[in-house]
Design a protein around this ligand. Structure first.
Ligand code: SAM
Length: 318
């Protein structure tokens, strides 16, 4: 369907859980409270909402979290979602640390592609930033490659990365021929002490390293990244720049949080809790109407550039 600004909305990000086994400083505070299990949408409720979303013309679904692979039954849910009539694409974003064990089930479920969040190849910095271990992620990348599942790498570059680390990430992405995307840090209350590195800064850094950058008009995925080709590297490099290259005018997505809020915009507090509707016995027509109203009324854009957001990204799913 189209929203009030005539943007086509065909993409839903679904957060399966607010819990994560990592604690990336830019995403959530060191200690955060978790939602009780009965507040989380059950899988049958999620599928109910997805069926309504399909009726509204949403065809592509991203499974996110928290860490989606922490929630039992994630691959079964993907299999069921893939079977809904009209579902064209179901993809997953994960920190990769739990991927090795679950990859066979995800492949059997028919996952279309996987984004792996990987912010650094410096093992010590990885642990400091995330609280986890880099080895499990690197192992998962090898397995993704062997399995032939398309995957992308997502990095939120911070001042701590440094040029050598960025070059290492580039080389790793080249080795796997996996698109690498740099996501500009979105300001949240919990990350006010961090300094993000902008897309411009990364591009300058690559040029200073003697690389030539050419814009690449092709799109690789459903997101707002602008892509570049880099001399000597096989894969495209994408930049998602919510602050310095604001893309709200072409934003095609809405988000469903693990507690059931349908959010018309990542930044906005607006939305409606669909779980309450479902648990209060709303009819399919009521659910559809509520979703249609929320999507239609999407705001023109976010305000990350004006004021940091008060939520943790792990509550919403990025
Ligand atoms: N745990 C999964 C993962 O790591 O991909 C899914 C959830 S995570 C919230 C989704 C994406 O949001 C990750 O790529 C993460 O790097 C990104 N993200 C989290 N906080 C962010 C922030 N403040 N600015 C930009 N991206 C952020």
């Amino acid at each position: 369907m189209y929203d009030q600004y005539n943007r086509k909305i065909d993409y839903l990000r679904i957060s399966l859980t607010d819990r994560c086994n990592l604690h990336c400083h830019y995403c959530q505070p060191e200690v955060s409270e978790h939602v009780p299990h009965n507040e989380i949408l059950r899988y049958e409720e999620l599928l109910h909402i997805c069926r309504a979303a399909l009726q509204l013309g949403i065809r592509k679904f991203k499974i996110t979290g928290g860490e989606p692979l922490l929630r039992k039954g994630c691959s079964d849910f993907i299999a069921n979602l893939k079977q809904l009539e009209g579902a064209e694409q179901v993809t997953l974003t994960t920190n990769g640390t739990l991927l090795s064990n679950q990859l066979p089930a995800l492949i059997a479920a028919g996952v279309d592609s996987i984004n792996v969040s990987l912010d650094t190849l410096d093992a010590a910095y990885y642990t400091e930033l995330t609280g986890g271990s880099l080895d499990s992620v690197l192992q998962a990348l090898q397995e993704l490659q062997s399995a032939g599942i398309p995957f992308k790498l997502n990095c939120v570059p911070l001042a701590e990365n440094g040029p050598a680390d960025i070059m290492q990430l580039l080389k790793l992405a080249h080795r796997y021929n996996a698109p690498l995307r740099f996501i500009e840090l979105m300001p949240l209350d919990c990350n006010a002490n961090l300094r993000g590195v902008s897309g411009n800064e990364i591009r300058s850094l690559l040029e200073q390293a003697g690389l030539q950058l050419q814009p690449d008009a092709q799109r690789y995925g459903n997101g707002p990244a602008s892509y570049w080709r880099i001399s000597g590297y096989a894969m495209p490099v994408g930049f998602i720049e919510p602050l310095h290259n604001k893309f709200c005018a072409v934003c095609n997505r809405v988000r469903l949080t693990s507690v059931g809020m349908l959010k018309p915009c990542l930044y906005s507090d607006a939305g409606m809790n669909l779980k309450h509707l479902l648990r209060d016995g709303a009819s399919d027509a009521d659910l559809l109407q509520a979703m249609q109203d929320i999507i239609y009324a999407r705001p023109a854009g976010h305000s990350f550039d004006v004021k940091a957001a008060r939520f943790n990204m792990s509550q919403i799913g990025g």
